[in-house]
Design a protein around this ligand. Structure first.
Ligand code: GRF
Length: 227
């Protein structure tokens, strides 16, 4: 007898999301909650991790979502991993691919394949601090505010068109860990908000410009809170 299908049931009009993670999956949790309570008009059809022991996979399994661990270390090259990842994602026929703490640099063919339907969240006010250690770098620079950006993924690492940013103040005595913790709380508001817009067709990408309700956004996207 075949195994019952574990992925969420799709109702007409709901978008299909495949979410890629590498670790804790707290943003994934926020997205699961947003789809469960109807804020995001989508179902998560799969969660895939390049680290089979990622904690986020457990929460997804508990929520009845299909999960897949695809260990990048068992592939001979970055290209071979990305080819397999692409094929496995496509099996789920996603409308959108959502990177939520997916700690891999993606190859150009993979990015091109999903361009316009792949989003990432990055813990800085892009274009500031692409890459790693963003919280420490913001502190070292003496910034008075910090934030996170949700953006479309392009071949330019952390450089795709921004959809929205959430801001927090840098406080006296802040450490990278304290900043990261306070920022994550905002990320968990920001990403579901953007996915709500995206899945309702309110956010679109036209000629590298992001439109919200048909209006072109500034370079930083929408700022969902003021600091
Ligand atoms: C978040 O800070 C996100 O901005 C970055 O990686 C972290 C992932 O955290 N891309 P989590 O796995 O969602 O808890």
């Amino acid at each position: 007898m075949s195994q019952p299908e574990k992925s969420v049931k799709q109702t007409p009009g709901k978008k299909r999301l495949v979410i890629l993670i590498s670790g804790t999956g707290s943003n994934l949790n926020a997205i699961i909650d947003g789809t469960a309570d109807g804020r995001i008009n989508a179902g998560i059809v799969a969660v895939i991790s390049n680290r089979p022991d990622a904690a986020g996979l457990e929460r997804a399994t508990k929520a009845g979502i299909k999960t897949l661990g695809l260990d990048h270390k068992s592939f001979a090259s970055r290209e071979a991993f990305d080819e397999e990842l692409q094929a496995r994602i496509e099996e789920f026929r996603p409308d959108f691919v959502i990177l939520a703490g997916f700690m891999r640099i993606l190859t150009a063919p993979f990015v091109r394949h999903f361009q316009g339907r792949m989003l990432n969240i990055h813990p800085s006010l892009l274009p500031l601090y692409t890459g790693l250690n963003t919280h420490a770098r913001a502190l070292e620079a003496g910034d008075t505010r910090h934030g996170a950006t949700v953006h479309f993924v392009t071949e330019d690492l952390d450089g795709g068109p921004a959809i929205a940013q959430a801001l927090i103040p840098v406080l006296p005595g802040d450490t990278p860990e304290k900043l990261a913790g306070r920022l994550l709380i905002q990320e968990h508001i920001l990403y579901p908000q953007v996915l709500h817009w995206l899945c309702d067709g309110k956010v679109t990408l036209e000629d590298s410009r992001v439109l919200l309700n048909g209006e072109a956004l500034p370079e930083c996207g929408v700022r969902i809170n003021a600091v």
